[in-house]
Design a protein around this ligand. Structure first.
Ligand code: HEC
Length: 150
């Protein structure tokens, strides 16, 4: 039992120690010149769905929950944001080549259709980000329409 006590203390100290690891916040000045909603005419209702369900991981501005102050949660979230942005970033969308933009719009429609996005781990805590069938259709139709107009 003594060993358990030691392990417990070590874990507790480690947990406290990692609280000092700074987390990089994904909160930049918005560069509206390359932002998606500036360059393309995004209908208000579509924009609302994208902002609520996608922008936390696919833009340069994340609205963080309070528990982002706690490690290792902050590292976990930061990982998702970095990964999401690497794949596709609404804030820098218009700086992509036309070919890439079209590919990404195609992927948006597919990921939403297949229920892959937003990530399950995200909607588990962000209930409002869950897409209804109507939201899905809205985003898919709009992405396809924009894609074919480019
Ligand atoms: C919690 C963070 C998070 C949210 C919210 C989120 N995504 Fe993602 N997204 C990711 C991550 C991480 C990846 C890359 C890994 C993967 O594909 O699972 C990704 C990948 C993608 C890709 C694939 C791009 C490629 O290059 O293959 C598309 C498209 C996408 N997301 C669209 C969306 C859309 C549309 C929404 C909103 C309806 C959304 N995502 C919401 C984190 C997120």
């Amino acid at each position: 039992m003594k060993i358990l006590k030691v392990v417990g203390w070590v874990l507790l100290i480690a947990l406290i120690a990692i609280q000092f690891i700074p987390s990089n916040l994904n909160q930049e000045e918005v560069d509206y010149t390359t932002d998606f909603a500036t360059v393309y005419n995004v209908p208000e209702n579509v924009n609302r769905v994208l902002e609520t369900s996608c922008y936390d991981c696919h833009s340069n501005n994340t609205k963080y929950p309070w528990y982002n102050r706690i490690q290792p949660v902050a590292m976990y979230l930061s990982d998702h944001v970095e990964d999401g942005k690497k794949h596709f970033n609404f804030s820098e969308f218009s700086s992509y080549s036309l070919k890439r933009q079209k590919k990404k719009l195609d992927e948006v429609a597919h990921e939403v259709e297949d229920g892959e996005m937003p990530l399950d781990s995200y909607t588990l805590v962000h209930w409002d980000a869950k897409l209804s069938e109507a939201d899905k259709k809205l985003v898919i139709d709009w992405a396809n329409e924009l894609n074919s107009s480019l």
